[in-house]
Design a protein around this ligand. Structure first.
Ligand SMILES: O=C(O)C[C@@H](O)[C@H](O)C(=O)CO
Length: 272
């Protein structure tokens, strides 16, 4: 049985766009984060009028044109597959504005939403400006692309990162959480995980659990699934032979990523 925290691909046509995933606040227990994944054929378009949310449009694969008012970002996107392992282009749009995305090639586009706290300029986040970080050691190695980290004030509440984890490794590990609005110790941030696998028949394990185990779900997550992390620790384990990619969207009352490691497993970080 699929967990209430796990969403399988939808594959629903809406106008010219295929909706692959849709986790909106109205149909989940999330209050801050929304996520939609669309697929566009060459020439097909998707339009949206934002109201209360801001949006980061991530050209996950393929090439697209993004238009917002007088801004036209033509032919953006850098990769055929997320497993090209290079950073990609994105566009940030504040709440209250409308945008259009048009496929130049076949394209997969992630739309990452969170509350628009204040109006900010529409901005192209170029692939070359996306910081890449290598984290961890032993079987805890992963590569992170910081598309909208908290050090970048282009957004008012939205945080977006991509993470690559090779087979046999764990990421979002040692397990950490960010579910208490108690800065400077910890921030409250909801999170979604959009997962891809290479090769596609693979799977990863993701556990979402709280200290008191009132929430404790361990999921076998497949290519194209979304995992919702309303609260709790949320580690990911990748079986040997497969590579994992995920896109994280995070948001909460304050735009700060301050996590708290599970004290039982924090020793992992202190190995020589
Ligand atoms: O470092 C990692 O393994 C990635 C995680 O930090 C992931 O982005 C996350 O859990 C954010 O809270």
């Amino acid at each position: 049985m699929v967990s209430h925290l796990q969403r399988k691909p939808l594959n629903e046509m809406r106008g010219e766009a295929k909706i692959l995933q849709e986790v909106m606040k109205r149909d989940s227990r999330l209050r801050y984060v929304g996520f939609r994944l669309i697929e566009l054929a060459p020439g097909a378009s998707y339009e949206e009028a934002l109201t209360e949310d801001e949006c980061c449009i991530v050209a996950l694969t393929g090439r697209i044109d993004v238009t917002q008012g007088e801004h036209v970002f033509a032919n953006i996107g850098t990769r055929e597959s997320v497993f090209d392992r290079k950073a990609t282009d994105s566009v940030f749009v504040s709440g209250g504005r409308s945008f259009k995305v048009q496929g130049r090639s076949e394209a997969k586009v992630a739309l990452c939403y969170s509350p628009s706290v204040k109006p900010l300029p529409t901005k192209l986040i170029k692939a070359e400006d996306v910081g890449t970080e290598e984290r961890g050691k032993y079987q805890n190695k992963r590569t992170v692309h910081n598309i909208l980290p908290d050090s970048d004030s282009s957004a008012s509440s939205l945080l977006v990162v991509e993470v690559y984890t090779e087979g046999g490794n764990f990421s979002s590990y040692p397990p950490h959480k960010h579910d208490r609005d108690n800065l400077p110790q910890e921030s409250f941030l909801e999170e979604t995980y959009y997962h891809e696998l290479d090769p596609q028949q693979g799977f990863v394990f993701q556990r979402v659990y709280t200290d008191d185990r009132s929430l404790d779900e361990t999921m076998a997550v497949e290519h194209g699934d979304v995992v919702i992390v309303p609260v709790g620790y949320h580690p990911v384990g990748v079986p040997d032979g497969y590579s994992s990619y995920y896109l994280n969207v995070m948001a909460g009352p304050q735009r700060v990523w301050k996590f708290h490691n599970d004290p039982d497993h924090e020793w992992i970080l202190n190995r020589k």
